[in-house]
Design a protein around this ligand. Structure first.
Ligand SMILES: [Fe+2]
Ligand SMILES: [Fe+2]
Length: 353
């Protein structure tokens, strides 16, 4: 298995001509030269990510505090479990992204991974602010512990971490592709039963401040998805031999397990106990999303039979200033062809759709 090339921190003799500028195992002096980027889409993604700046504490949660006490027992239990899991995922991302960035030899991608890492930490801060606002100090401490102490979550989180840990223990080029996939699954599958739960509460007039926080988090997560989609696309071009049938089968297996785990999680945390959602509809939604995610990284969808979105109303929450998130993803993907990028929620700020 090909080892990933590591580079000295000070590497003044690196030959950084265009053919040696590569996502991984390339030549770099480690100078952050951020003009004349190899991947032109990275400039626009940078602008989008920076333009998405937001401050969790600007969203008022006083109504949520009152409503939290009025939620049904099942709603409150799901709310607590889901927040705890999401805090765990964002914390893990904050901690692990540098392990991926360490082997990236293109400064423009290191820049974006660093912004992503900061945003993941901000997401944890936003959950802290939510808990501070809606729950008593004792309850807040209890909620934080769910991700670690709840038997279901403990084993699920171990599975998620194991993929990251495997790369830390054994760094190879194939391992890099797999850790990119693990990251992509976290960003593109593991958040979504939870996000949908909060949007569903909000469409029933409950915890609308929390849903607003989630909406901003979701907007950031979409740029993280776009970043990893871009990395997959470029690596396929630079190193097509890495993506052999065996590796692609492994990636598909990872996706299949991720979908199964997210569906089990949906049944466990939400089930048929919340008005407007069901274990069955969540399962369909996760498979539906999975098909999109696979196509975006050049792999065959696993659930051909699932063609309908069971939650079309979610779009209301992920439709930023009238610009549809899927167009955003689509355009990032198509960028090299069209050189135009729909800037997602930034239509107003950047003056273009
Ligand atoms: Fe995040
Ligand atoms: Fe993220």
């Amino acid at each position: 298995m090909t080892e990933l090339k590591t580079t000295k921190l000070f590497n003044p003799d690196a030959d950084t001509s265009l053919e040696n500028r590569l996502l991984i195992s390339g030549e770099t002096t480690h100078m952050m030269i951020l003009s004349d980027n190899k991947y032109p889409w990275s400039n626009k993604l940078y602008q989008t990510m920076m333009g998405n700046f937001w401050i969790p504490e600007k969203i008022t949660l006083t109504a949520d505090k009152q409503q939290y006490a009025l939620l049904s027992k099942d709603e409150q239990a799901a709310y607590d479990k889901i927040i705890s899991f999401l805090i765990f995922l964002d914390s893990l991302q904050t901690k692990n992204l540098p392990n991926i960035g360490e082997f990236v030899t293109l400064p423009e991608i290191n820049l974006l991974l660093t912004i992503q890492q900061y945003q993941e930490a901000l997401h944890s801060q936003s959950y802290g602010y939510i808990l501070e606002s809606v729950a008593s100090p004792e309850k807040k401490a209890e909620i934080y512990k769910i991700a670690i102490n709840d038997k279901f979550l403990r084993s699920r989180n171990k599975y998620i971490v194991d993929h990251y840990q495997e790369f830390i223990n054994n760094q190879s080029e194939r391992g890099f592709v797999k850790v990119m996939m693990a990251n992509y699954l976290l960003e593109g599958i593991y958040f979504y039963a939870g996000f949908t739960f909060f949007y569903n509460l909000a469409r029933n007039g409950k915890m609308t401040g929390t849903a607003q926080e989630i909406k901003y988090i979701n907007r950031d997560e979409l740029t993280h998805l776009a970043l990893f989609q871009g990395m997959f696309r470029e690596l396929r071009k630079e190193r097509p031999e890495l993506f052999d049938a065996a590796l692609e089968a492994e990636l598909a297996d990872m996706m299949r397990s991720a979908v199964e785990h997210e569906i089990e999680w949906g049944a466990y945390a939400i089930g048929d106990r919340i008005q407007g959602l069901s274990a069955e509809s969540i399962a369909q939604y996760i498979k539906y999303l999975s098909n999109f995610r696979m196509k975006r990284i050049g792999l065959d969808p696993l659930y051909q039979e699932v063609v309908d979105d069971p939650f079309p109303w979610v779009e209301r929450f992920t439709d930023f200033n009238g610009a549809k998130t899927d167009f955003f993803e689509e355009d990032v993907i198509n960028y090299s062809k069209s050189t135009k990028l729909n800037l997602g929620g930034l239509k107003g700020k950047f003056g273009k759709k």
